[in-house]
Design a protein around this ligand. Sequence first.
Ligand SMILES: Nc1ncnc2c1ncn2[C@@H]1O[C@H](COP(=O)(O)OP(=O)(O)OP(=O)(O)O)[C@@H](O)[C@H]1O
Ligand SMILES: [Mg+2]
Length: 260
Amino acid sequence: MVDLYFAGVDVGSLSTDVVIIDGGSNVLSEVVIPTGVNGSEAAENAFNSALGLAKLTRESIVAVTATGYGRASVAFATGKTTEISCHGVGAHHLFPKTGTVIDIGGQDSKVIQVDSQGRMLDFTMNDKCAAGTGRFLEVMATRLELDLDELSSPLNISGESAPISSTCTVFAESEVISLLAKHTPREHIVHGLQRSIVNRIWSMVASIGIEGEVTLTGGVANNQGLVKLLEEKLGLPLNIPENPQTVGALGAAQIACRKY
Ligand SMILES: Nc1ncnc2c1ncn2[C@@H]1O[C@H](COP(=O)(O)OP(=O)(O)OP(=O)(O)O)[C@@H](O)[C@H]1O
Ligand SMILES: [Mg+2]
């Protein structure tokens, strides 16, 4: 079984992620690239890069599960499944005591409860607007003339928070413009924006409850300031994967293996 190889492909709104594992669940390669305008091309490119890194040929991969909003565009997939299932399985694989998964991606955020095998029991999600997502942070980063690393770096972790009262991205952006005009320090604004996302996530967590350890997945888990605030709000430490963007693809690869 260890000589058999499986792949998971997660075509998200912002990143396309591929993970290749062997039948013993060892990760051989993982790749993250921007999805851009063509999900099918991104999937193809990310898969080829992952094959190259793992020194494998296409023919050696016995099953490929596609997930993410663009999963229908993965022509070489042998199966497709939802992101919710994949994040649950991926998070459980990395942190087996996970009972709750919070995925904050580019265009949606989800809170998922999983059983002791990583199977989804219940979930809630926000996919109606950019509030509480990575997109919200990206819009604000542009407005603040900061890149994503600057927006999340510990240098920007400030005790003081500028008031951002609106959760709506468009209105919050106007608030940021006013705050900048009043010479509010950018780190205070960043803190206020992170707090806004945390409050939004908190209301989702409150509606579904917390079970077991909490694992944070999705690219926003790279935002160190936000992680710190979310831990404070939840009153417990979060499991942060080394590569939070590939957890969905890892779960998809595990599902491909299980189904095979
Ligand atoms: N280095 C980084 N520092 C801070 N934030 C980051 C970094 N890299 C990515 N992000 C955040 O992660 C977000 C993208 O996350 P991810 O790749 O999980 O989204 P996605 O899976 O494509 O989206 P979705 O699941 O909603 O379709 C970006 O919007 C950005 O806010
Ligand atoms: Mg995603």
